[in-house]
Design a protein around this ligand. Sequence first.
Ligand SMILES: [Zn+2]
Length: 402
Amino acid sequence: MAHDASQAAGPGKLVIRNIGLLLSGALEKPILDADTIVAENGKITAIGRAKDVNTDVHTEGATTIVDANGTTVAPGLIDSHVHPVAGDWTPRQNQIGWIDSFLHGGVTTMISAGEVHMPGRPRDVVGIKAMAIFAQRAFWTLRPGGVKVHAGAPVIECEMVEDDFRDLAAAGVKLLGEVGLGGVKDGPTARKMVGWARKYGIQSTIHTGGPSIPGSGLIDKDVVLEADTDVVGHINGGHTALPDDQIRCICEGCKRGLELVHNGNERSALYTLRTAREMGELSRVILGTDAPAGSGVQPLGILRMISMLSSLGDLPAELAFCLATGNTARMRALDCGLIEVGRSADFVLMDKAQHSPGKNILESVQLGDLPGVGMTIIDGIVRTQRSRNTPPAEMVAEVVVR
Ligand SMILES: [Zn+2]
């Protein structure tokens, strides 16, 4: 999703030094041998060791220097499944400031799975298209706390025709909301429309499992496989999951993304994780919260998923972080989510929570604890310092030059 990040990019040069542990976001090499990151105009320009003369990681000309104080730096977390409505307000649970609260949980990018909680949500085609374009524009113009909310995700209805998808794409819409939350609940119609969406560069997802709230319906493995969306939305249910044999059928029957959400069945999430690992396809697993939802908003939802999958799923913590960063970025063609030169300078700085028994942050997460967030950075700009929502980190990074 090529968004014009220049409008919010940090002017000048950011240097993060004294990094104790650098998580890359990439499954193939989850830990990088580096202690310094340089970013210019919101993009990463160098990664290396401060003592190495050949790496371009000097602080000269820096406009912001962050001393990580030996803590951990990871790509900012990506929530692959949210339901925003307008600005930082959700009518679902009547809360204000929920996106900013997620930022305090390390989330710097969110993907809308449909603005379905909009009061009076239109169901006619013109209304659906207008709302999608409005949401895309509004969330790009206003980023709560700096968080990148990729929104404008229309929910398909049976009356839509191919030209509607072409129009939506031409107007800047890049996503479909969950197939199944509107009138289209059958495989053949879904497949036809998902194909039109794909033809015009619009990514798709689907509501997998039982109904989430009164008014939504069951989507089983046959519909999921026939619809062939880019992401199998909440394969662990939102909240009611499909039976394990159907989950296995979906994992084995396609190569699409397997999304695990906080607002889902945790046992089914662990089953999906195990199945994907057995298949050697961990790169297909991505994480979301599905918030706001009936179960509320979960500012720490992505960290909780990482910790749950790592501890109960026996997944090394450095790999669990990849599911919420690099995996999602690659699948959804985002320019963040990986510590690589040229990528967006979106980071979360963390340390082991105070009094967690692990000897370091990775061990504490594998023991089921949450890390403490000490700072978030988006587009090279420091957005938050010690989190108001996580348990306090043992050590926190600090801004030494601003
Ligand atoms: Zn859903």
